[in-house]
Write a protein that binds this ligand. Structure first.
Ligand code: ADP
Length: 441
């Protein structure tokens, strides 16, 4: 049962419709075919009466008074059926049967003989005769029946032969097609393996370059911090040395150097942070995003209060698996940005929540601040990219966030209808979040 079903699903290897089983007999529109019968008989009266009877029944009859003439006509006209007497002058019936059966085994041969010796009948059948009738034929309907049956059998043999031929042709064609497909598949497979190997090699190279770059960034940002601290230290000493002379332009210039040093300190700190992200420092744990968001909002509460921002946190966000500290940094950065880029909003509001995005959960931090022109929505995730050069901040924050989420197998993007329309920062995490913190009570 199972086998039959799977065969049906696959479909037959060869569809019988592809083979032409059409014959003139089953086509009612085809003109009726006139069959040719060759009658070999030395007795003129018998031969002519056979011919007259069969002609009356719609056959075309060719006559031969002996085996030699009969064989000549057979070679020239290729009749559909042969009636042959056994005893004939020149070439006798048994020789005719031997020749015809050897050259054209599908041409029906009916022996019509007065020689009633059983041994002759056996030999004739043995040589290839299809039927044997005894003369005198008292009821011609017996002859007609034998002719019709033999012709029908010949047609079936011919149909079968054509069917076999077409079948073999189709099998050959399908085999060639299969071989071609197999070759193409093997080639594709080999190519895929090469590409896969190249890809793996490339990833390896990239990973090692990335690690090298991270080490370099770490060393540079770390090492640059100490001369900066020295500069700031001596700036303080200089200010002290100048004492009451530290006024006007001098004071302003020293203040500017101090502010620039502070900014550089901030940059180096962010760079240092970015270089560390490649290797997550904290082992991943189950983190309730709702709880984490509440904690982060508490930490930045001073800024929130200062700008009178209303914050809403969804209480059904799920438990996710990741580095709690880093995920906290993600939320903190987004919340701080939301406060920072609120603009002149009189009713500032931040929403932190989750929406379903098909197979994955999409988390978001939404604000009703200055918004972001769609043209620049990709740019802001680049290192040091800021839309307003005058704004405070190094432009590293969102690069950090992006890198942290990538390390967690997630993505980040921003949705904003444009300037003044607020922004929604969305992100995903690779591990499906199944348990909601609300479920945990
Ligand atoms: P920074 O805030 O230090 O400049 P970020 O990488 O955090 O750097 O942000 C990059 C830029 O993206 C910001 O300078 C700002 O132009 C834009 N941006 C980030 N968050 C928001 C937001 N919530 N609303 C509008 N613009 C934003």
């Amino acid at each position: 049962m199972k086998d039959r079903r799977s065969q049906q699903q696959r479909g037959p290897l060869i569809n019988s419709k592809e083979i032409d089983t059409h014959t003139a007999e089953n086509d009612s529109n085809a003109p009726e075919r006139v069959y040719t019968i060759l009658a070999m008989e030395d007795d003129d009266i018998v031969r002519q009466s056979l011919a007259a009877y069969l002609t009356d029944r719609g056959y075309k009859v060719l006559e031969a008074p002996n085996g030699r003439v009969g064989l000549e006509i057979f070679h020239e006209k290729k009749p559909d059926l042969i009636l042959v007497d056994l005893r004939m002058p020149e070439v006798d019936g048994l020789e005719v049967i031997g020749t015809v059966a050897g050259e054209s085994p599908n041409t029906p041969l009916i022996v019509v003989s007065g020689n009633n010796a059983i041994s002759n009948a056996v030999e004739a059948l043995h040589l290839g005769a299809w039927d044997y009738l005894l003369k005198p034929i008292e009821d011609m309907a017996i002859l007609l029946h034998a002719v019709e049956i033999s012709l029908q059998r010949a047609r079936l043999i011919e149909d079968n032969r054509r069917y076999q031929e077409q079948l073999e042709e189709l099998v050959k064609k399908r085999t060639a097609e299969l071989e071609e497909t197999n070759e193409a598949l093997a080639f594709e497979n080999a190519q895929r393996k090469v590409i896969q190997a190249q890809r793996e090699k490339l990833i390896e190279v990239l990973e090692s370059k990335n690690a090298e770059l991270e080490r370099f960034t770490y060393t540079v940002s770390h090492d640059l911090k100490s001369p900066l601290i020295t500069m700031k230290g001596f700036l303080g000493i200089l200010e002290k040395d100048l004492g009451e002379h530290c006024t006007g332009d001098i004071k302003e210039h020293l203040d500017r150097i101090d502010r620039a040093a502070d900014r550089m300190f901030l940059f180096l700190g962010d760079l240092l942070e970015l270089s560390r992200i490649g290797s997550l420092v904290n082992p991943p744990t189950d983190v309730s995003l709702t709880e984490l968001a509440r904690e982060v909002v508490d930490q930045v509460n001073a800024q929130i209060e200062k700008h009178k921002v209303q914050v809403e946190i969804a209480d059904d966000m799920p438990i996710v698996h990741g580095d709690r500290v880093r995920l906290g940094e993600v939320l903190q950065n987004m919340i701080e940005n939301a406060v920072k880029y609120m603009g002149g909003q009189t009713n500032p509001k931040i929403e932190i929540g989750m929406r379903s995005g098909g197979e994955e959960s999409v988390f978001f931090v939404r604000d009703n601040g200055i918004g972001i022109d769609p043209l620049f929505q990709d740019k802001i995730f680049g290192l040091f990219d800021k839309l307003d050069p005058q704004s405070e901040g190094s432009g590293v924050g969102l690069s950090l966030v992006k890198r942290i989420l990538e390390v967690h197998g997630g993505r980040i993007w921003v949705e904003s209808e444009g300037e003044g329309k607020g922004s929604t920062f969305c992100f995903t995490l690779a591990v499906p979040a199944e348990v909601s913190s609300a479920d945990l009570g």
